[in-house]
Design a binder for this molecule. Structure first.
Ligand code: PSU
Ligand code: MN
Length: 305
């Protein structure tokens, strides 16, 4: 692993660090907005007092904390592999470039000792999973590792009820920031209950600390609804998502190609509106994630965790 010196120093000094993924750059958004977004996310993390660490794999080497030049290349380059846990050994051994999904990013964060991670929407249980068994590795990796993932719920293309069920089975604590229901990616509230609503980053940090103090393994999922101003209404977006999911089925698109296809198709049909919302929610998550990382680092320092 190659750790960025700034990230390394922050970790050694117990200062807050926030992990970021790279699949959202290479497979989640078109160039150049993917690169602009990734760089603004890093800036937002810094502005809120933490050090960003964007993860990726370059020529088989896992990078903890990519430079802006690396991020630019990740956004432009064609044919970068989308790397989940199962793919990690392959891209490393074959010295390839790999963009890390939530699952692979969690593994790299854990290896580096980073405990807070910001993304857009996590992967989850796909609609029709009772037939296809398509359940994202993301859910299990959150269940098994000491990580707090800040997201705007799971992607809207998924089955939210089933996703919450798997999270519960995995023992993940699901918390929502200020809003009662689990966030719904492009929309604010899914109406599905979470385990606890919290009202400040400090409150979240206290729950993270309690989980660690008690020696519980596994992670915490923080649901942060997209800002009102950028939220799309169910009336507007739901049928667009349904049509895209059906098109995906009809075309026989499967496995890891489903999510990138759907995100791109929905962005196209909405004339870029869904992309604006996606970017807004990621930035909003970066702010909250950094604030939580700051509070958690302070609590750890106080209690010498
Ligand atoms: N969130 C976004 N855009 C994305 C993703 C998340 O706003 O592109 C990526 C994440 O990397 C997540 C992955 O881990 O999609 C899930 O893919 P799958 O559904 O194939 O498990
Ligand atoms: Mn899948």
């Amino acid at each position: 692993m190659k750790i960025n010196p700034e990230v390394k120093k922050a970790l050694e000094e117990g200062r807050p660090v926030v992990a970021l993924e790279s699949t959202i750059i290479s497979h989640g958004m078109p160039y150049p907005r993917n690169v602009q977004t990734a760089l603004s996310v890093e800036k937002t993390v810094r502005d809120n007092g933490a050090v960003p660490a964007t993860m990726g794999i370059i020529d088989g080497e896992p990078i903890i904390g990519m430079t802006p030049a690396m991020i630019e290349e990740f956004g432009k380059r064609k044919g970068i592999a989308k790397v989940s846990k199962r793919d990690l050994p392959i891209v490393i051994a074959e010295k390839k470039w790999g963009a890390t999904t939530v699952s692979a990013t969690i593994l790299m964060a854990k290896a580096a000792g980073i405990e807070v991670f910001v993304t857009g929407g996590i992967g989850g249980v796909h609609r029709g999973a009772e037939a296809t068994m398509d359940v994202s590795r993301d859910l299990y990796e959150i269940g098994e590792n000491p990580i707090t993932v800040v997201c705007a719920g799971c992607k809207a293309i998924l089955d939210i009820d089933k996703t919450l069920e798997v999270l519960e089975t995995q023992g993940v604590t699901v918390m929502s920031y200020q809003e009662k229901g689990f966030a719904n990616f492009y929309c604010r509230d899914s109406g599905k209950p979470v385990d606890v609503v919290f009202n400040s980053p400090k409150e979240a940090a206290e729950i993270i600390k309690a989980r660690r103090d008690f020696g519980l393994s596994g992670g915490i999922l923080i649901s942060n609804p997209v800002p009102e101003k950028y939220a799309l209404s169910h009336e507007y977006i739901d049928h667009i998502i349904d049509a895209a999911v059906k098109e995906c089925d009809d075309k026989g698109i499967k496995g890891k190609d489903i999510t990138p296809f759907l995100l791109a198709r929905i962005a196209e049909v909405t004339g870029g509106k869904s992309l604006d919302t996606n970017i807004a929610l990621v930035l909003n998550n970066a702010k909250l994630g950094a604030q939580i990382a700051v509070e958690y680092a302070a609590l750890k320092k106080e209690s010498k965790l």
